[in-house]
Design a protein around this ligand. Sequence first.
Ligand code: FE
Ligand code: FE
Length: 186
Amino acid sequence: MHNPDLKKWLPPDRYKHSLRVEKVAVKLAEHYGISKEKAAAAALLHDCGRYTKGEKLVSEAKKLGLKVSEIERFQPKLLHARIGAIIARKVFRVKDKEILSAISKHTVGSENMSMLEKIVYIADHIESDRRFKGVEKIRRHAFSNIDRAIAESTSLMINKLLAKGFPISEQTVRTRNYYLGINNAK
Ligand code: FE
Ligand code: FE
């Protein structure tokens, strides 16, 4: 892992956040019996697409050959996950497809995620500095029922977006519905 490079690559706060995500992702990987090394790499690099923001993310995305959707144009931050997967491959030389996919999906999630993808997704929400209302419950669920933790995280995220009057990514809704469905079936 090119850890020192990432430190230079990201703004200091974002780098520190990445280290905290790595810490809890490794714990989750251990808990669920998947590769700690892969979880560490994916978590550490999950936000490597946040080296720039706003409109610049849109132009970066286009430069990297990504198709920018309407909602991504409205909320360029959404693009950092897909940009991050490309940067992880090109700049940080990550070849592992599972790691790249976990980076790519960490913001809006996806239906039927792999355990690595779920871990990076949820670790981002529950890292030690997250203090939003409801985080403790999600922290607990992350280790007992990660699907439920994902459903609750997406619900909270959607609530926040609604309160601000922001649009909601259709994929976030699909992710929530999928993981709610799984929980209902149990
Ligand atoms: Fe992110
Ligand atoms: Fe993050």
